[in-house]
Ligand binder design. Structure first.
Ligand code: FAD
Ligand code: 2HG
Ligand code: ZN
Length: 479
């Protein structure tokens, strides 16, 4: 537990507005988004400038205080949650949320790392450009958190993950050194790509304070369709067909099972009247910034080929912005639907696309063999080989107990299957505190050793988000 004079030292540095230590207000910062774990801290530090972040880090090193960077606290793996010791302070970047510059010709946006993703998207859109990073948590997650987790989302199939959008960075290293590399360059081969070290580092290597992100022309034409899949539809082949025939205009290819649709519609005020075929459903979208392309016509042509293949039973093309928005809302409401149902145990797996059907077949059998009464909510970013293979908590079950039970048994079988197929246990949500043991189990030993060396080089005092991602020493217990 931090002594109170340490908290006062941070208050002297940041002023009253820069420190929260009121126990009631602390709970929202110390509990993870899925409410699986509540850590402990005596203070949330809210620097207002990069210099203040550097000052906080230097003081923390001097006092021996651990730091946990936090953005919107929407991490799915406890990455932004302090441990239970009370010896870590949270560094929240919520006061650093300025959009620094939109450069239309360079097609880039420079922001403070505490800027909320939705606000950055809006700032880009006002300049006629698109920040092609979009996820259900976009109204509350922040750019530093997106970089920390290498966030993916709903248009990775076209634009890549956060890593692919990052042009420049400003960050504070764990000794207070400021890395100031806010360049907008597409090309810069001058040694190690230091900014990429922070991507997916989940706050363990330093605190990102600013970022320059790549923008693309804002689409003005979209064609959005809902496909009802036939039984045994060949998912990867269907994706290959759509991708090929859409001529690089494919932005979204999301799989949604019938159960996930039911969960989402149950949580919506005005659900659209779309449903799944025997093989589930696909939300597919093409987008273009050109007014001269007839995307509806293209979509109809692609869909007629898909019908011929026998993989698609029926399809609806959104006829208006409202219909399109309703299809999207359904997709984005699935996590909320699962929550309202009573929760789920999440498996954020990915496998090579060529093995996706095999994963579904083997995993389905594993679930049935484990307990034939278990229900699944399967959906996600099929275009990226990434599915959310979620096991619903039975009605009336204690969600946390059920999670522990499944994570200690069935989950490992599912992760084994993903691993055997060349896949991973975490495609987009990260490792954080909850999945460290999985990294130790499934990670290549050489890669984990390299990660430890990077961690040691950046953070020799081991003050940054200790307990998340990778331990410098022996693997410890997870929560
Ligand atoms: P936080 O949760 O605050 O932090 C995440 C990690 O980054 C932590 O380890 C933290 O220490 C570190 N961090 C935060 N800020 C900084 C900083 N400034 N410098 C260094 N490290 C930092 N994720 C996806 O990838 N794709 C999705 O489609 C998706 N959908 C979601 C939908 C919902 C409804 C929810 C609740 C979550 C979803 N997520 C998704 C997970 C989550 O939103 C993302 O991981 C997001 O990028 C986290 O951002 P954040 O600001 O909330 O970060
Ligand atoms: C999504 O794709 C998010 O909607 C959340 O990554 C996934 O809740 C989940 O399992
Ligand atoms: Zn996802």
């Amino acid at each position: 537990m931090l002594p109170s004079d340490h908290v006062q030292a941070f208050r002297d540095l940041l002023g009253g507005a820069g420190v929260v230590d009121d126990q009631q207000r602390l709970t929202t910062y110390t509990t993870d988004q899925r409410q699986l774990f509540t850590g402990s801290t005596v203070a949330v530090l809210k620097p207002a400038t990069t210099k203040q972040v550097a000052d906080v880090v230097r003081l923390a090193v001097r006092l021996g205080v651990g730091l946990v960077p936090q953005g919107g606290n929407t991490s799915y793996c406890g990455g932004a949650t302090p441990n239970a010791s009370g010896g870590q302070a949270i560094v929240s970047l919520e006061r650093m949320d300025t959009i620094r510059e939109v450069d239309s010709l360079s097609m880039s946006i420079s922001v403070d790392a505490g800027a909320i993703l939705k606000n950055v998207q809006d700032a880009a859109a006002s300049a006629g450009l698109l920040l092609p990073l979009s996820l259900g948590a976009e109204g509350s997650c922040r750019i530093g958190g997106n970089i920390g987790t290498n966030a993916g989302g709903l248009s990775v199939v076209r634009y890549g993950m956060t890593r692919d959008l990052l042009l420049g960075i400003e960050a504070v290293l764990p000794d207070g050194t400021i890395v100031s590399d806010m360049r907008k360059l597409r090309k810069n081969n001058t040694g190690y790509d230091v900014k990429q070290c922070f991507v997916g580092s989940e706050g363990t290597l330093g605190i990102v304070t600013g970022a320059v992100l790549r923008l693309v022309p804002l689409p003005v034409r979209r064609a959005t369709a809902w496909l009802k899949l036939a039984k045994d539809a060949a998912l990867a082949e269907l994706l290959a067909l759509v991708r090929h025939e859409s001529g690089e205009l494919l932005t979204t290819f999301e799989f949604i099972s019938a159960r996930s649709i039911a969960l989402a519609t149950g949580a919506m005020a005005n659900p659209p009247s779309v449903d799944a075929g025997p093989g589930g459903a696909i939300l597919v979208e093409f987008a273009s910034s050109s007014r001269h392309l007839d995307l509806d016509h293209l979509m109809e042509a692609v869909l007629s080929e898909a019908f011929e293949s026998g993989w698609v039973e029926d399809a609806y093309l959104a006829q208006s912005g409202a219909q399109r928005a309703a299809m999207w809302e359904l997709r984005e409401t699935i996590p909320e639907g699962e929550k309202r149902w009573g929760g789920s145990v999440k498996h954020d797996i990915s496998v090579p696309l060529s093995s996706i059907q095999r994963f579904l077949d083997v995993a389905g059998e594993q679930v049935r063999n484990y307990d034939a009464d278990l229900e699944l909510s399967v959906y996600g970013h099929l275009g990226d080989g990434n599915l959310h293979y979620n096991v619903l908590a039975p009605q009336g079950a204690d969600r946390i107990e059920f999670t522990r039970l499944i994570e200690g048994s069935l989950s490992l079988r599912l992760y084994d299957t993903a691993a055997v197929l060349g896949g991973t246990f975490s495609a987009e949500h990260g490792v954080g505190r909850f999945k460290r043991h999985l990294l130790e189990k499934y990670g290549d030993a050489g890669r984990v050793a390299a990660m430890r060396r990077i961690k040691t080089a950046f953070d020799p005092e081991n003050i940054m988000n200790t307990g998340a991602v990778v331990s410098l020493f022996e693997p410890e217990s997870v929560r």
